[in-house]
Ligand binder design. Structure first.
Ligand code: C2E
Ligand code: MG
Ligand code: MG
Ligand code: MG
Length: 282
């Protein structure tokens, strides 16, 4: 009896696995045309300076509009990474974000930073630095207004090649943020070796802030780590006013989250900038 049960369980697992594989293959083949079909859009989520509550920039977050339906990056980024399509897609994203930053500047007179997520697969593309230079030149963006976000887990591999690429990026005046900080296992010495400018505390820590003394202490330690390494610290996923207040008390520099604004279409983000050049959060 037990054996029969096991076999049934296995088949079920096998079917589910097969279905998942089918879905990924389908996503991968449809994804290949998303750029030429103009199916990609960038949404922008404001980033706030906690000292004066001003909008200092935005994170660009990709959306795939397929048959009128919006597909979140969680459903296609990993497929794009394994298929390699993240590379051409990433260049489109980078250029689009830079062009938009120029629009905020020319149309509204605002010099904001734009933060763009990049995966390690993109950084390892041999033509990355050359393409980055092309994009900087073509769009005319001031390099110091462009920030690249790389996740802490991506940096765990700690290879010399990767550090070299990050250094070349830094030499051009861009800044680099360590995204999802706290979810990897970086030691202080590893962090110290990375050519980064800021730590972006993962949402999972922010959601626990003030729930217990212990969780508050962890976030506090992460902010102190930033201070020690002379890095700016940004918190992501602020949803409640008390989290905002607590992060100010803990000395965090910047923040981002639904409490201030959800990611917005480019038109909506422009409208927000026009209406609230100084976004008050209370
Ligand atoms: P991430 O870079 O850590 O981005 C933050 C995610 O948290 C975004 O989800 C954002 O919409 C969401 N978020 C922001 N504030 C809040 C909040 O207060 N509460 C909650 N619950 N969530 C919040 P999104 O847009 O679905 O993106 C998910 C991930 O996909 C990103 O995580 C990033 O790793 C990846 N991604 C997004 N756009 C790109 C891209 O252009 N290129 C690459 N390579 N990856 C991207
Ligand atoms: Mg990010
Ligand atoms: Mg993050
Ligand atoms: Mg995250």
């Amino acid at each position: 009896h037990a054996k029969k049960h096991q076999r049934a369980g296995y088949t079920e697992f096998g079917q589910e696995f097969e279905q998942q594989l089918q879905r990924r293959l389908q996503v991968a083949s449809e994804l290949r045309h998303c750029v030429e079909r103009n199916e990609l859009q960038l949404y922008y989520q404001p980033q706030i300076c906690l000292k004066d509550q001003k909008v200092i920039g935005a994170e660009a977050l990709v959306r795939w509009i397929k048959d009128g339906k919006m597909i979140p990056p969680g459903e296609f980024i990993s497929t794009a990474e394994t298929s390699g399509f993240i590379v051409p897609m990433g260049y489109w994203i980078l250029e689009e974000a830079c062009n938009e930053q120029i629009r905020w500047h020319t149309e509204l007179g605002l010099q904001l930073k734009v933060a763009v997520n990049v995966s390690v697969r993109q950084l390892k593309d041999p033509s990355f630095i050359g393409r980055l230079d092309d994009i900087l030149r073509r769009t005319g963006i001031d390099a110091k207004c462009l920030e690249l976000e790389v996740t802490e887990s991506m940096m765990m591999e700690n290879s010399r090649d990767l550090r070299k690429i990050l250094q070349l990026i830094r030499q051009r005046g861009l800044s680099i943020a360590l995204d999802d900080f706290g979810t990897g296992y970086s030691s202080l010495s590893h962090l110290q070796e990375l050519p980064i400018n800021l730590l972006k505390i993962d949402r999972s820590f922010i959601s626990k802030v003030t729930k217990s003394e212990e969780d508050r202490a962890i976030t506090s330690l992460m902010i102190k780590t930033g201070e020690l390494l002379k890095l700016r610290v940004i918190a992501e996923g602020i949803e409640e006013a008390y989290q905002h207040e607590e992060l100010i008390k803990l000395g965090c520099h910047e923040a981002q989250g639904y409490h201030y604004s959800r990611p917005l279409s480019k038109a909506d983000f422009m409208a927000l900038l026009q209406e609230y050049p100084e976004l008050e959060s209370s």
